[in-house]
Design a binder for this molecule. Structure first.
Ligand SMILES: *[C@@H]1O[C@H](CO)[C@@H](O)[C@H](O)[C@H]1NC(C)=O
Ligand SMILES: *[C@@H]1O[C@H](CO)[C@@H](O)[C@H](O)[C@H]1NC(C)=O
Ligand SMILES: *[C@@H]1O[C@H](CO)[C@@H](O)[C@H](O)[C@H]1NC(C)=O
Ligand SMILES: *[C@@H]1O[C@H](CO)[C@@H](O)[C@H](O)[C@H]1NC(C)=O
Ligand SMILES: *[C@@H]1O[C@H](CO)[C@@H](O)[C@H](O)[C@H]1NC(C)=O
Ligand SMILES: *[C@@H]1O[C@H](CO)[C@@H](O)[C@H](O)[C@H]1NC(C)=O
Ligand SMILES: *[C@@H]1O[C@H](CO)[C@@H](O)[C@H](O)[C@H]1NC(C)=O
Length: 304
C-alpha cells in the first residue's frame, strides 16, 4: 500500500508539473520527459535488440516490452526485478505521453505484479468449488452433484480434493455415460471456483494423477478465467479461454504423482475465477479422476 500511495502522490505531483510545463513550453516539457524516460527505457529494453526511434513510439515500445517480459521465460530467469521507483516512473512516462489513465494504471499494476522472482502457489482456504459436467470451453456450466450416476461426482471424491495439495485425495466425476454423447465417461467434467483473497495470474500449472486408475487420468484440459460476478459464472460467455492442451500427465503412469508442469503461455491477464474442464482421458473408464490441480502464478494485490 505504501508503494501505491507513492504512485498516487507522484501522479498529482506530475499533473502539477505538467501544467507548469505547458506554460513554459512544449520544448522544455519534451526535454524533461526525455531525461526521465531514457534511462528507464534502456533498463527495460536491455535484453531486446530493438531501438526506439522517437517519443511517439515510447509508449508502444513499453507496452510491447511489458507483454514480452510477462512471459514465464522472463520469470524463470529470475533476474529482472522492477522496483517501485521504476513502477512509478512508468506511470509518469505514460501520462507524459498523453495516454489515458486506464493505460497508465494497467501498466503500473502489471509492473507491480511482475515484481517477484518466484511463482506463488494458490492454496485453497475456504473457497467454494462447483463441480460441473457436460460443459465445454465457452459453454454454460452444467452443475454436477454428489452421487454415483451419470453427471455426478463420487461423494467422497469432491472437486475440492483437486485443490488441497494432497496427492492422496482425488476428484472423480463420471460425466456422461458412454452412450451419452459417444464420448468417454469423464470427458467434459470439471469445476470452477472464485479465489477469495486477490486476483491471480495463472502462469503455470501441474496436475496430479489419480489414486488407482490409470485410464481415468486427464490427458487434455481447458482452463478459462473470469472476473465476472458470481451470479454470472454459470454462463459460458463469462469465461475467457486461456489454455487448451496437455494436462502434463501423458508420461505420468505412477499413481498419486505430479505430472509435468505446463505453461499457460497466452495468459497475461489475472482472474478471480477459474474453470477447468477435462477434454480427454487416457483411456475408457467410468469417470475422469485426478488428485491435484496446482496453480502457479502471481497474486495481484492491486487491480486499481
Ligand atoms: C513506431 O515504430 C515502428 C517500427 O519501428 C514504425 O513502423 C511506426 O510507424 C512507429 N510509430 C510511430 C507513431 O512513430
Ligand atoms: C518490489 O520488491 C521489492 C523487494 O521485495 C520491494 O522493496 C518493493 O517495494 C517492491 N515494489 C513494488 C512496486 O511492489
Ligand atoms: C502455498 O503452500 C505452499 C506449500 O505449503 C507454499 O510453499 C506456498 O508459499 C503457499 N502459497 C502462498 C501464496 O501462501
Ligand atoms: C449436454 O450438452 C448437450 C450439448 O450442449 C445438450 O444437448 C444436452 O442436453 C446436455 N445434457 C444434459 C443432461 O443437460
Ligand atoms: C492426505 O489425504 C490422506 C487420505 O485422505 C490422509 O490420510 C492424509 O492425512 C492427508 N495428508 C495431509 C497432509 O493432510
Ligand atoms: C461414435 O464414435 C465412433 C468412434 O469414434 C464412431 O465410429 C461412431 O460413428 C460414433 N457414433 C456416433 C453416433 O457419433
Ligand atoms: C514410478 O514409481 C517407481 C516405483 O516407485 C519409481 O521407480 C519411478 O521412478 C517412478 N516414475 C516416475 C516417473 O516418477
Amino acid at each position: 500500500m505504501g508503494v501505491l500511495g507513492g504512485v498516487e502522490k507522484t501522479e498529482s505531483d506530475h499533473l502539477t508539473a505538467q501544467r507548469l510545463r505547458v506554460k513554459v513550453g512544449v520544448a522544455v516539457g519534451l526535454l524533461i520527459v526525455v531525461v526521465i524516460v531514457t534511462p528507464t527505457i534502456v533498463v527495460l529494453l536491455r535484453k531486446k535488440s530493438s531501438t526506439i526511434t522517437g517519443l511517439m513510439n515510447i509508449t508502444e515500445s513499453l507496452m510491447t516490452t511489458e507483454a514480452a517480459i510477462t512471459t514465464s521465460s522472463f520469470i524463470e530467469k529470475e533476474t529482472n526485478v522492477v522496483t517501485s521507483l521504476e513502477s512509478a516512473t512508468i506511470k509518469n512516462i505514460v501520462t507524459s505521453n498523453g495516454m489515458t489513465t486506464n493505460a497508465a494504471k494497467s501498466i503500473t499494476s502489471t509492473s507491480i505484479a511482475k515484481n517477484v522472482t518466484a511463482l506463488q502457489i494458490f492454496n485453497r482456504t475456504n473457497e467454494i468449488v462447483y463441480a460441473i459436467w457436460n460443459t465445454t470451453a465457452g459453454s454454460n456450466s452444467l452443475p454436477s452433484s454428489a452421487g454415483g450416476g451419470e453427471g455426478e461426482y463420487w461423494p467422497s471424491e469432491p472437486p475440492e480434493a483437486a485443490l488441497d495439495g494432497n496427492l492422496s485425495t482425488e476428484y472423480t466425476n463420471h460425466g456422461c455415460a458412454d452412450e451419452c454423447f459417444n464420448i468417454t465417461s469423464g470427458m467434459y467434467t470439471g469445476f470452477y471456483f472464485t479465489i477469495k483473497s486477490a486476483p491471480f495470474r495463472l502462469m503455470k500449472f501441474c496436475m496430479g494423477t489419480n489414486v488407482r486408475h490409470v485410464k481415468r487420468d486427464p490427458m487434455t484440459i481447458t482452463i478459462e478465467g473470469s472476473n465476472n460476478d458470481q451470479s454470472e459464472l454459470p454462463l459460458g460467455k463469462s469465461w475467457t479461454l486461456i489454455y487448451s492442451g496437455s494436462s502434463g500427465l501423458t508420461e505420468s503412469l505412477n499413481r498419486s504423482s505430479h505430472g509435468t508442469t505446463q505453461t499457460v503461455a497466452t495468459n497475461v491477464a489475472s482472474f478471480r475465477s477459474y474453470r477447468l474442464i477435462v477434454t480427454s482421458t487416457r483411456g475408457k473408464h467410468n469417470s475422469a479422476s485426478y488428485s491435484e490441480f496446482v496453480m502457479m502464478g502471481q497474486y495481484l494485490n492491486n487491480t486499481n
